[in-house]
Write a protein that binds this ligand. Structure first.
Ligand SMILES: [Zn+2]
Length: 278
């Protein structure tokens, strides 16, 4: 890392230190180092998987097929990923009382796995499915144990469960899976990901907007922030006069005039350095 980058990290440190309410806003860039592909762009997931698997119409019209596609391309590969140094550094910042809330556009659940708190998952999460009738939440142990013939009794951790599946088991799950149902009301379960054509969860939206409008420091990490309505978050913070720190490997729309400090660096490196200054 060159001298200028260290200067910028020092500058970011001073801003964070003097702030009272700090909000972190993350996107795909923070999870790349956990081996999670981005969705859009070159080499992105949408080159191999048609984005229509996230259409809510498709889910309702072809529920079983959609479940299988989502398990194969999203839940299994993303669910076995582990948080990287950037996620862990954010948890450290929280322990030092320097991060009040996290808003993420990622569905990978890695902020939770890293032990962070007060997380608003704007686009939902792969960690659960929920009943479309009564909204009861279920984890994937429940789904795999009850809607395939494979029994997973001895594995307590979700990530280990998914990492431990061998190809034969994955094939068997995809072959045998029945549409998962709620044990309370028999409603159909749907992955708790926000599909195209669905509303963002009301509580998530309200919580996100509350922090965006009341924070005095916003740290943007690994996102170009152009997808609405998530793109509203930086704008709200800015109009509330929050100071803006941006950590991205490439320049974004925010880098030049919007951000007070732009650190052009991998999130893991920048955040590890930053957290060590406290
Ligand atoms: Zn239900």
């Amino acid at each position: 890392m060159d001298y200028t980058k260290n200067d910028k990290i020092e500058e970011a440190f001073k801003i964070i230190k003097s702030s009272q309410k700090i909000l972190i806003f993350t996107g795909a860039g923070i999870s790349v180092e956990s081996g999670i592909p981005v969705f859009r762009g070159k080499g992105g997931l949408y080159e191999t998987v048609d984005p229509h698997i996230f259409d809510i119409e498709y889910f309702y019209n072809n529920t079983l097929e959609n479940w299988k596609m989502i398990l194969k391309y999203i839940i299994f590969p993303l669910g076995s990923a582990k948080p990287n140094a950037a996620h862990l550094a954010i948890t450290e910042l929280q322990k030092k009382d320097k991060c009040d809330a996290i808003i993420t556009q990622n569905i990978d659940g890695l902020h939770h796995k890293a032990g962070s708190k007060n997380i608003f998952e704007f686009h939902g999460t792969i960690n659960y499915a929920n009943c479309i009738r009564c909204n009861e939440k279920y984890d994937y142990h429940y789904i795999l144990n009850n809607f395939t013939s494979i029994k997973f009794d001895n594995i307590s951790d979700y990530s280990s469960l998914l990492s431990s599946l061998n190809k034969g088991e994955v094939d068997r799950i995809l072959e045998e899976l029945k549409v998962p149902e709620c044990k309370k009301c028999n409603g159909i379960l749907k992955p708790s990901i926000v599909y195209f054509g669905e509303q963002i969860d009301k509580q998530v939206l309200e919580g996100s907007f509350y922090y965006a409008q009341s924070c005095d420091c916003l740290i943007i990490i690994g996102t170009s922030g152009v997808v609405y309505p998530a793109a509203l978050i930086p704008q709200m913070a800015k109009s509330n006069k929050a100071r803006i720190i941006e950590i991205n490997t490439e320049e974004s729309e925010y880098s030049k005039s919007f951000a007070d400090v732009f650190i052009k660096e991998k999130a893991s490196i920048a955040l590890s350095k930053l957290v060590n200054l406290f």
